[in-house]
Ligand binder design. Structure first.
Ligand SMILES: [Ca+2]
Ligand SMILES: [Ca+2]
Ligand SMILES: [Ca+2]
Ligand SMILES: [Ca+2]
Length: 454
């Protein structure tokens, strides 16, 4: 054994004693015996010579609810504490100590340490602690915050790898005194579950059904059950003076509630902001968002996943032009444009998020009746597509819609049968050939040119 290796082992022993001690004495054996660090190629700086186990391409965007599921795995597997071991499961390969456990839960590039977690997190106020945040004492210990055990919000429930060596991963409640010695931190890439759902008229991401009555009133039914037979539990008239071929709904400001949009005879595109969600006439402001359009050649879809819908039209050349929504609900909110496709007809393309990543896919019906979809890999960019599949057969361009019914962000497919029934197929597989695994009748008495999912 050469001198450098000996020196590394000495350093490792020192830092093992410093990191994740959690006020508990680390047995001498923790730093003794064969040293796996020399074969695990420790990083020279920043990692404190604790090995990283695996390395992944990026720090994952993780839902708060996912931290519950991910942290549960090590508890169920009774992963034993050790700073010189890695544990691998479906969420990756991470060091089996406090910070390695948190790195797995958050989905970090590798196993960070209590001293390097500040590279991927920021301090928050104690009162702001929510599921998926953490309590950290740099150089000593860190634990995942689950919730409060008391109404006064002083005693946190945590999940942690606290040692001593061999002790399993646990959930426990800390005393207020002990918890107050820790700094509340929030992962930079944590995602609120509410922000992860798509948009709808009511704001919960489960598409409502709308139709225009002979009176020109737009009637809407609220989706209370998601993907289910006749899932509607309320109805309301949301607009008047409309025709079935000249209204659309899209979330322009990214708050989850869809705005109402129509093209005026002078070519201006007028939008009303949704201030109330699902309610009679829920609009509280209006604005002109574009000029020079016709009612049969304007669409809206979120291309880049920021929840604010982009504006899309087909040029005479067959090119599909999109304008990026930078300002939300505002006059002319667009700040960039791009040609996102070619060879399209204005009456034969649709856009919806099929795989649930927030970025809309492009679809068209081929002469064969097959529905071809292109996967959006690049967001708002010229030709952002990187794959294509056939998602359905036997469709016509004027009789299918795609919208998320159950709020999982993956769009379902709908068509109107000759009987007037609206049949929907549930999207189980995301962006994949024929991703549907169930079907239901969601409405009756509809015609193909007079209903919209919103
Ligand atoms: Ca909105
Ligand atoms: Ca957008
Ligand atoms: Ca997508
Ligand atoms: Ca869905």
């Amino acid at each position: 054994m050469n001198a450098i290796v000996r020196f590394r082992q000495l350093l490792c022993a020192v830092f093992i004693a410093m990191v994740c001690a959690a006020g508990l004495a680390i047995p001498a054996s923790a730093a003794g015996g064969p040293d796996p660090l020399v074969t695990k190629a420790p990083e020279p700086e920043g990692s404190r010579l604790l090995f990283n186990c695996a390395t992944y391409p990026q720090n994952r965007a993780t839902l708060r609810s996912e931290t519950l599921v991910r942290s549960r795995t090590w508890i169920d597997e009774r992963v034993p504490y050790s700073q010189s071991a890695c544990h691998q499961n479906q969420y990756g390969d991470y060091r089996t100590d406090c910070s390695g456990y948190l790195s797995m839960i958050w989905g970090l590039r590798h196993s960070y340490t209590t001293a390097t977690l500040d590279q991927v997190s920021h301090q928050i106020a104690r009162a702001d602690l929510r599921l998926g945040d953490a309590l950290n004492r740099p150089g000593e210990h860190v634990a995942l915050f689950i919730g409060w055990a008391d109404a006064a919000r002083t005693k946190p429930i945590v999940r942690e790898q606290a040692g001593p060596n061999g002790a399993p991963t646990v959930e426990r409640t800390w005393s207020a005194t002990y918890a107050n010695t820790y700094t509340p931190i929030r992962y930079d890439n944590i995602v609120d579950d509410s922000a992860a759902s798509g948009s709808s008229l009511s704001g919960d991401g489960r598409a409502e059904l709308t139709t225009v009555l002979p009176s020109g009133e737009v009637k809407a039914w609220r989706n209370g059950l998601g993907f289910a037979p006749m899932p509607w539990n309320a109805d309301a008239v949301i607009a008047t003076g409309m025709s079935s071929d000249n209204y659309q709904m899209a979330d322009l400001d990214g708050d989850g509630d869809k705005e109402f949009i129509t093209v005026l005879p002078n070519g201006e595109v007028k939008a009303w902001r949704n201030g109330l969600g699902f309610a009679p006439m829920p609009w509280d402001a209006d604005v002109i968002i574009a000029t020079g359009f016709t009612k049969d050649n304007v669409r809206f879809a979120d291309l880049d996943g920021d929840r604010k819908a982009e504006l899309i039209t087909v040029l005479p050349s067959g090119e599909v032009k999109a304008w990026h929504n930078a300002l939300g609900f505002a006059p002319m909110p667009w700040n960039a444009d791009a040609i996102i496709a070619t060879g399209m007809a204005k009456d034969n393309y649709q856009m919806a998020d099929l795989d649930g990543d927030g970025k809309a896919e492009l679809m068209t019906v081929l002469p064969s009746g097959e529905v071809k979809a292109w996967h959006n890999a690049l967001g708002f960019a010229p030709m952002p597509w990187n794959a294509d599949v056939i998602i359905a057969t036997g469709m016509t361009k004027d009789n299918y819609q795609v919208a998320d019914l159950d709020g999982d962000r993956k769009a379902e497919l709908m068509t109107v049968l000759p009987s007037g029934e609206v049949k929907a197929w549930h999207n189980a597989l995301g962006f994949a050939p024929m991703p549907w695994n169930a079907d239901v009748i969601i409405a009756t008495g509809m015609t193909k040119d007079n209903y919209q999912m919103a």
